[in-house]
Design a protein around this ligand. Structure first.
Ligand code: SF4
Length: 451
């Protein structure tokens, strides 16, 4: 094998790639898949004899302030009546879906994402929990989590959220450097974050995740290292370290970020690598592509035992063949189907006012999709591809992996292909070689406007 320098690898492989929270990815889905198709998929699920447990995702799109780097589907408001009107529609959506499912189904995983779920008042949060409990059997011993913005959190609010039954919480941090916060329009003093983190521990959250982002404007290796050190002193159970995607054509607010302020690809790579080293030195396990967990955390244990799963909520402990999403832009994943809700607040609400499910696109997986989805998910979770799990068609894709083996990113073994430590940051590129839609149409967009 020819020795390959890191800069050659970065030049060759550093290009945008899907995060593969689904396969096929959203740009492949069709807007011909609508509410009738989703209804039929739900009926199939209802007819299954072994009533499988469900996962729920609720999208709460409201934020008190807009951050310039944000890639989420959100709306800026602090008006309680706007949130109330949205919850009226979520209530209708829950009723429509649970009517089709018939009977009460057990829910073992639930996540509230956004937006900023903690802009809801205590009364609104309680209302939403009761709405869900009226339709489903929520197993509060399962993975019940929500995301919060520390800037709008308080001790009293956190105590209330814990009393509702949530056991896991995720805090958005991004970076502590004031100049970076200024450039991304997110003023979040370090002392505030540290205080809210301590409050999360004090009120009894069993698992606390912090989200960091690298590749932000004015970020340097030194500033990001300092952020990682501050976070390490807090000892979160889990950390997600995301790479900032600068796509101003899709996210107009990002036009306020000056491209010349963004770190170059080598610096970005070094930032992640510095963080990885620091975290592994401090007994965190690198999980999947961009997550870290304390050695004793369930996620780290699942990663060690190759029991990780991946869905739209990220890396999880359970398979999500039955993930039902509520709220604008939410994506449901039923066995064999993906379906996405309308990402525009107005039309999402008006569709529900007509008692219709607000599905705007989706996809029914073919047998080939299912095989490739399983192979890609296994790669993203376990950094290996088992040759016994793939059929002849998929084996032909392996030829495309040969140059990566020559570059030292993967290794061919008799029964599997394994991703090397050098190859792990490029796991998306490895998965892209198995993506039949990308290979067939290299002009196909990688990112979707809708999520
Ligand atoms: S980053 Fe979070 S708080 Fe900021 S605008 Fe996006 S969803 Fe809202």
């Amino acid at each position: 094998m020819m020795p390959t320098t890191l800069s050659t690898l970065l030049q060759k492989y550093s290009r945008p790639g899907p995060r593969y929270t689904s396969y096929p990815t959203v740009p492949v889905w069709s807007d011909r898949f609508g509410a009738d198709d989703y209804r039929a998929a739900l009926r199939e699920l209802a007819a299954e004899s072994d009533a499988a447990d469900l996962c729920l995702y609720v999208h709460l799109p409201f934020c008190a302030m807009a951050c310039l780097y944000c890639g989420c589907n959100n709306a800026v408001t602090s008006k309680a009546e706007v949130v109330d009107a949205y919850l009226d529609r979520v209530a209708r959506e829950i009723a429509l879906v649970s009517d089709i499912l018939g009977g009460r189904r057990r829910v073992v995983q639930m996540h509230w994402g956004g937006g900023t779920p903690n802009v809801l008042t205590p009364h609104q949060m309680e209302r939403l929990v009761r709405l869900i409990e009226a339709a489903f059997d929520l197993d509060w011993n399962g993975e019940m989590s929500l995301e919060i913005d520390p800037r709008v959190a308080s001790f009293v609010q956190l105590k209330h959220i814990r009393s509702l039954g949530f056991r896991r919480i995720s805090l958005g941090v991004q970076d502590f450097a004031p100049q970076v916060q200024q450039a991304i329009g997110r003023h979040q003093p370090e002392a505030l974050t540290v205080g809210i983190f301590a409050a999360c521990r004090a009120v009894g959250f069993e698992s606390i995740n912090l989200d960091l982002v690298y590749g932000l404007p004015l970020q340097t290796r030194a500033t990001f290292e300092r952020t990682v050190d501050t976070v390490l002193a807090m000892r979160p159970d889990r950390l997600a370290i995301f790479n900032y995607a600068h796509v101003p054509k899709l996210r107009p607010k990002q036009r306020h970020i000056r491209p010349e302020d963004l770190p170059d690809v080598t610096t970005r790579f070094a930032m992640f690598d510095d963080a990885r080293q620091r975290l592994t030195e401090h007994a965190y396990v690198w999980v999947g592509m961009d997550h870290f967990a304390r050695q004793d955390d369930e996620l780290a244990v699942a990663a060690r035992e190759k029991r990780l799963h991946r869905n739209f909520m990220g890396y999880t402990l359970r398979p999500a063949s039955n993930l039902i999403a509520f709220g604008m832009s939410g994506i449901s994943e039923l066995s064999g189907y993906y379906a996405q809700n309308d990402a525009k607040l107005g039309t999402y609400q008006r569709t529900l006012d007509r008692n219709e499910l607000p599905i705007v696109r989706g996809h029914r997986l073919t047998p080939d999709d299912q095989r490739r989805r399983a192979a890609i998910a296994h790669l993203m979770c376990n950094m290996e591809l088992l040759l016994t799990d793939i059929d002849e068609d998929l084996r032909t894709s392996l030829a495309a992996l040969r140059p990566m083996a020559e570059d030292g990113l993967i290794q061919f073994e008799p029964d599997r292909v394994t991703v090397t430590a050098l190859g792990r940051p490029f796991v998306r590129n490895i998965c892209m070689t198995l993506d039949a839609y990308l290979q067939a149409d290299t002009t196909r967009p990688i990112f979707s406007k809708t999520i």
